[in-house]
Design a binder for this molecule. Structure first.
Ligand code: SAM
Length: 321
């Protein structure tokens, strides 16, 4: 099977695509940084509208798949391997600036659905959970390394799981007994969480382990800290998050930059999926997009954007507190 034929690529629908296009305004002459290339869905839409794109992913499988999908845009698409925090910091250091910066955070459906990657509650291989399988510590190694109380703190903080202490104790005991797959660990957690729950009771713990293994919040904080420096004078950014821990960081950082005069305008409200998008793509249900403009000076934006300024005025009215 070649990359174009990959079933996940066909099934994948980029989340909040209309909002990404509306807020990043890709067109000929726009140079975009896609911090989270994934399966290349958002990048393909930016490229199709004439933008050039630098795409970043820390996952080699995602890079291979996206490069295959985007091969139809020769010269307009460039790939960078590594974490977006490292790539963005290197870009700022080198004086590189982008007209559009996109981050669609978290794991992709490609990663989640591949049981070999160990993200899934049904995974029958060791609980790995690294987005980049060449570096870092697996979830299993993390469980083994951390003392029980620190493991409980991770589960509480990143999973917002109130039964974190009980779960940490059970995970440590299960590891001592040789339990190692996602499926087995999920079962261990299910046994210590009382009652029947609509969602699998291990979901919050798996989220916590994944966030810790990939330092997801640390990566986001580093990107947010330098976001204004990454943007050209008329640059635009859009960040899509999937849980409250991420969205809180995005909201606070954008507001702090705006207050300090480092960003011109930032979204007061999150953009969420329409009912039509939710019907087509239930994974969009927790997605929240926040946007930012480098400057509030409209004359700084390209003439090509002029027609869109009326939309901005509408957005201003909507955003008014
Ligand atoms: C939600 S998916 C992005 C999907 C993509 N927007 C699309 O349309 O196909 C997130 C992707 O970003 C990558 N990723 C997440 N955090 C990253 C980081 N800190 N640095 C680099 N890549 C990251 C993941 O490996 C995954 O492939």
């Amino acid at each position: 099977m070649n990359d174009h034929d990959h079933p996940a690529a066909d099934l994948h629908v980029p989340v909040l695509l209309d909002a990404v296009v509306e807020h990043l305004r890709p067109h000929v002459g726009v140079r975009a940084l896609d911090c989270t290339l994934g399966m290349g869905g958002h990048s393909a839409a930016l490229l199709a509208r004439g933008a050039t794109v630098v795409g970043v992913d820390r996952d080699g499988a995602a890079r291979a798949l996206a490069s295959g999908r985007l091969a139809g845009f020769p010269g307009a698409f460039a790939l960078r391997a590594g974490t977006f925090a490292d790539v963005a910091e290197a870009a700022v250091k080198a004086g590189e600036r982008f007209d559009a910066v996109l981050a669609d955070l978290g794991v992709s459906s490609l990663q989640l659905d591949d049981r070999e990657r160990g993200f899934s509650l049904k995974s029958t291989v060791i609980a790995d959970m690294r987005m980049d399988r060449e570096h870092g510590e697996t979830a299993l190694a993390l469980i083994d390394r951390l003392p029980e109380s620190d493991l409980a703190d991770v589960i509480y903080k990143y999973g917002e799981e109130r039964l974190s202490r009980r779960i940490a104790r059970a995970l440590k005991a299960a590891r001592a007994a040789g339990v190692s797959t996602g499926e087995e660990l999920a079962l261990v957690i299910r046994k210590v969480v009382p009652g029947h729950q609509p969602r699998h009771p291990a979901g919050r713990t798996f989220q916590a382990l994944r966030i810790a293994v990939n330092d997801e919040l640390g990566q986001l904080e580093r990107l947010l800290a330098i976001l204004p420096d990454l943007l050209t004078p008329a640059g635009r950014a859009a960040i899509i998050s999937f849980h409250s821990l991420e969205d809180r960081l995005v909201k606070q950082a954008l507001r702090a930059h705006a207050a300090a005069g480092r960003l011109g305008r930032v979204a007061n409200r999150v953009v969420i999926a329409t009912q039509a998008e939710l019907d087509a793509n239930p994974r969009a249900s927790s997605a929240k997009l926040r946007w930012a403009l480098k400057t509030d000076d409209r004359s700084a934006y390209r003439k090509a954007d002029a027609a869109d300024d009326a939309d901005d005025a509408d957005a201003d009215a909507e955003d008014a507190p």
